[in-house]
Design a protein around this ligand. Structure first.
Ligand code: XMP
Ligand code: MG
Length: 184
């Protein structure tokens, strides 16, 4: 889909498809360099990270295994609470492995902070994070994120895996919605 298919719902294109592609090239080159000589397991967080995972992993110059988790953060509406429930756990045993968590967005950081603790407790050799987007001003906990695509303002965004009520995930860019759409 593209901007025209969003009708009146789109407010602004925040990050274009070209900008995303260019940044993913840079992130992949950095990951290739940092993990040279080490095996790596990519762990995607469903569902939002599907597009980042597909496009980032294809830019790596190595064969890399992928696994997935689905978590749900208890909380109302668009706010996360930090109380997390695992909906789908990893298939793989991560003991002694270098894990790179692939995320779409870090908002308060509460979900990711919980996830990091959870993965570390399973005896991974290392756990790092790659996220396409981060909202620095929304941070409630300090999470050490090794790879960040873009820092963005504290606004609700959709596209490239991110949804509003399951809509707009398949937009190829990151956009903002008109506040009337989500009652903001
Ligand atoms: P926290 O606050 O725990 O939450 O870092 C991260 C998760 O919240 C969702 N999220 C968003 N989803 N547009 C979205 O479509 C946004 O602007 C947004 N901000 C946070 C997302 O699921 C993320 O993994
Ligand atoms: Mg997510």
């Amino acid at each position: 889909m593209d901007a025209a298919d969003m009708g009146q719902d789109l407010q602004q294109v925040l990050i274009t498809e070209e900008e995303i592609n260019q940044r993913l090239d840079e992130m992949a080159a950095q990951i290739d360099a940092d993990y040279a000589g080490h095996d790596l397991l990519l762990v995607g967080v469903l569902k939002g990270a599907v597009y980042v995972m597909a496009d980032l992993s294809r830019r790596l110059h190595r064969s890399v295994p992928m696994d997935w988790m689905a978590v749900s953060s208890y909380g109302s509406g668009t706010k996360s609470s930090g109380v997390v429930r695992i909906l789908k756990d990893l298939d793989a045993d991560i003991t002694g492995r270098h894990v790179l968590v692939v995320e779409d967005i870090i908002d308060s950081g509460l979900t990711l902070s919980w996830l990091l603790g959870n993965l570390s407790s399973r005896g991974a050799a290392s756990v790092e994070i790659a996220t396409l987007l981060r909202k620095p001003e929304a941070a409630k906990v300090d999470v050490d994120v090794k790879y960040v695509g873009f820092d963005i303002p504290t606004e609700f965004v959709v596209g490239y895996g991110l949804d509003y009520a399951e809509k707009y995930r398949n937009l190829p860019f990151i956009g903002t919605l008109r506040p009337e759409v989500y009652g903001g």
